[in-house]
Structures are given as structure tokens and as C-alpha cells.
Design a protein around this ligand. Structure first.
Ligand SMILES: Cc1ncc(COP(=O)(O)O)c(C=O)c1O
Length: 390
């Protein structure tokens, strides 16, 4: 008899916990007819501000757009360099070519997989020295859910006059010394893709920011560069200014129904983060003597988008676990600088840590509803495999 695969992420357990109020919230939107920019959107943005300790929050269509819109707002484009890791999902680097700018790949720290501040400093110096690109911004990624080294990265950004984006698509809710990434970053972006720690039932994203005028600009860019309050000050029109466009923007509105889902999910998100940390603790207790288990930055709280271990025998382990109906995943087998669209971009000093990690990492089932007996099965299967294979 074949055993049913255990879920890698159990969205159905979460849906059952949320129960009728979740379905009522969705139905309310369906019945209201306010499918685009309904009242749930502003409500969600207010709640994201409160949760993420940010003065402003803008919902948008995806975590990818959440990265592109700030670059557009800052006028970053051809000839500009934006520093980011290559050990991340494609969207982090994709945002730059989408506005005509160049990603510059920077290596990561071997223990946290996040941007290495010393390598970042060296990369900025190298780009400045070469003089072909103008450094404009840094995108730090909160990979697998834990905060990057923001105090060090912020200091570098300040010294070189660079904007700082926290790509918290995997890390929304993470903190460092009790502070959310926006404490240091100019903007924090996130994704509400269903598999993310805070996910909706489709695509969605958000941008947290600190400056009112900048937020206003994002509001405009989200809807085709439409005129916003600050554009209209002191002007009169003989037509509806709703159709007055002040700049080239895009359409990146979040669907109201997704905001309704997220409002429900936010009510249990803090509790889920605590549960994910319990799961991570159990994995560490059960596995740290047989495989390399994750390290979280000192003072950091991870939201554990992934629980990623390292082994030289990744394929063997994945196959052994699959046989026991335990799924695994590899984030990321091929770093971005090895992929066709990104191979030509600068990587000053090379990316040796990125290269090494890409060959060793493997992620285990991780979600807030992983029952201890199921987790014990996963831990035992890994321990048995390691024991058998030395
Ligand atoms: C680090 C990172 N940045 C950006 C994104 C893009 O988010 P989305 O899929 O919502 O466009 C993702 C998600 O997949 C991600 O993992």
C-alpha cells in the first residue's frame, strides 16, 4: 500500500482552523460587488502597518511588483546598479532589468544564507571603481524567513547614499532585536503567494514604507500613474481627475477578495509564527547532531518560510524520504547568476558561498500545523538514512 505524501505546507489545516468566518469574508466580497479596491483593501493596509510597525503600507498584485514599484518611484533605470544576492528567488533580481537597471550579485553568509555585509561593501567599491554603473540601491533578502543583518547593511547603505529594500517575501513578520526590517530599510516588500508564511488564495504583495510622499507616489504608480492628492494640489480641472495620469505606472492592484482572506489570516499569524518556531526547535533538537541545521542571526526571530538543512547526500536523502511519503524541496538548486537571463550581470569577487550552498541545501516540511508525531516520523527517517549511509 502506498502511503499518502504528508503535506510540505498544510494550507488545508489552516483553512479548517479559520473556518466559517473565512468563507463568510470571501462571500461578503463576492456579494458586495466591490471586487477591485473594495473597503477590505484599506483595512488590510492599516493592519499591515500595525503588524509590520510601518507608517505606510500599500497592497499590490504580487511580491514581484512590490519590488518593481519602489525602483520605479526612485527613478532607478538604465546605468544604475542594485546590489542583491544570487541565492534567492528570481523575482529579487528580475525587478532590476524590468526597470532597465542592472542587478549586481553579492555573496551570502555561510550560516544564515543572507547578504554578507563585507562582500556587499567590497562589491559597491568594485562597481564604483569600475565606473560603468552607478550604485543606487541594495535589496537584502530575508531568505527562508530570517532577517538579514540589517544594522550592518543599513550602515553601508547610509555611507554610500544607497536606498535599502528589505525583500521580505519569505520573511514578513521576522524581527531582529524586536524590530521589523522597516526599522532599517527604506521599504519592506512582501509576497502573499499562498505558500508564503502569510499567504492569500492567489497572488498578492505589499510595500511598507516610511515616507508619506514616497507612499503617495507608489499609490499613483500602482494605478497607471494616476494623479494623486499631491499632484492635484492647487489645480482645477474641467474633467474627472481620476483619469489624469501624471507618470507611467502599471496596474498592480490587489483583488479585494485576497485582502479579505489576508485579514482573516492576520488574526492567527502571530500564533502561527510561534508554532513555526516550535516546529523549528523540534527539528533542531532531533537533527542537529546528524545534519547541518539552520542558524538564525543573533537576536533574530525567523518566520521559517523554509526549514533548510545541509547535506552532501542531498539526492539520496530526498529519495529515501520520498519512499516514506515525506516530501522535500530544494531552494535553490541553481543560483541566479547561473541562469540564462542573469548570467551576464556583474558578480564582483565571485559567489563561492552561494555556489557551495546551492549544491547542499534541502528543505523539509514546515508549517504551523505539523503534528509532533508526523514530525517525529520525518526526524526518524532522516536519522535512519544518515546512519545507514554514514
Ligand atoms: C525572495 C522573494 N522575492 C520575491 C518574490 C516574488 O513574489 P511573488 O511570487 O508574489 O511575485 C518571492 C516569491 O516567490 C520570493 O521568494
Amino acid at each position: 500500500m502506498t502511503r499518502r505524501m504528508i503535506p510540505f505546507i498544510d494550507l488545508q489545516a489552516q483553512r479548517q482552523r479559520l473556518g466559517q468566518p473565512l468563507e463568510d469574508a470571501i462571500l461578503k466580497v463576492v456579494r458586495s460587488g466591490a471586487y477591485v479596491m473594495g473597503p477590505e483593501i484599506a483595512q488590510l493596509e492599516a493592519e499591515l502597518c500595525a503588524f509590520g510597525q510601518a507608517p505606510h503600507a500599500l497592497s499590490c498584485a504580487s511580491g514581484t511588483d512590490a519590488l518593481v514599484l519602489p525602483l520605479m518611484a526612485w527613478g532607478i533605470g538604465p546605468g544604475d546598479a542594485v546590489f542583491c544576492p544570487a541565492f534567492t528567488f528570481a523575482a529579487t533580481a528580475e525587478a532590476m532589468p524590468l526597470v532597465g537597471a542592472s542587478p549586481v550579485f553579492v555573496d551570502i553568509l555561510p550560516d544564515t544564507y543572507n547578504l554578507d555585509p563585507a562582500r556587499l561593501e567590497a562589491a559597491i567599491q568594485a562597481v564604483k571603481l569600475e565606473g560603468k554603473l552607478v550604485p543606487k540601491a541594495i535589496i537584502a533578502v530575508d531568505l527562508f524567513g530570517q532577517p538579514a543583518d540589517y544594522p550592518a547593511i543599513f550602515e553601508i547603505a547610509q555611507r554610500h547614499g544607497l536606498k535599502l529594500i528589505a525583500d521580505s517575501a519569505q520573511g514578513f513578520g521576522c524581527t531582529l532585536n524586536g524590530q521589523h526590517p522597516i526599522h532599517w530599510a527604506d521599504v519592506t516588500t512582501t509576497s502573499f503567494f499562498p505558500a508564503k508564511p502569510l499567504g492569500c488564495y492567489g497572488d498578492g504583495g505589499a510595500i511598507l514604507s516610511k515616507d508619506a510622499r514616497f507612499h503617495d507616489l507608489l499609490v499613483s504608480l500602482r494605478v497607471h500613474g494616476q494623479a494623486v492628492k499631491s499632484d492635484l494640489e492647487g489645480q482645477t480641472f474641467d474633467h474627472d481627475p481620476k483619469y489624469m495620469n501624471m507618470r507611467v505606472g502599471t496596474n498592480s492592484r490587489m483583488d479585494t477578495v485576497q485582502a479579505a482572506v489576508l485579514l482573516q489570516k492576520l488574526t492567527i499569524f502571530a500564533d502561527e509564527i510561534a508554532a513555526r518556531n516550535e516546529v523549528a526547535k523540534r527539528y533542531a533538537e532531533g537533527l542537529s547532531d546528524v545534519v547541518a541545521t539552520p542558524t538564525v542571526i543573533d537576536g533574530g526571530l525567523s518566520v521559517w518560510a523554509q526549514y533548510t538543512i545541509e547535506t552532501d547526500d542531498r539526492d539520496g536523502l530526498a529519495a529515501a524520504l520520498r519512499e516514506q511519503a515525506i516530501p522535500t524541496a530544494v531552494y535553490y538548486p541553481l543560483p541566479l547568476h547561473r541562469q540564462p537571463p542573469y548570467a551576464g550581470y556583474p558578480q564582483p569577487g565571485g559567489l563561492p558561498v552561494t555556489e557551495a550552498k546551492a549544491g547542499r541545501v534541502i528543505s523539509l516540511p514546515m508549517h504551523a500545523y505539523l503534528a509532533p508525531d508526523v514530525q517525529d516520523r520525518i526526524i526518524a527517517a532522516i536519522r535512519n538514512h544518515v546512519k545507514r549511509n554514514g
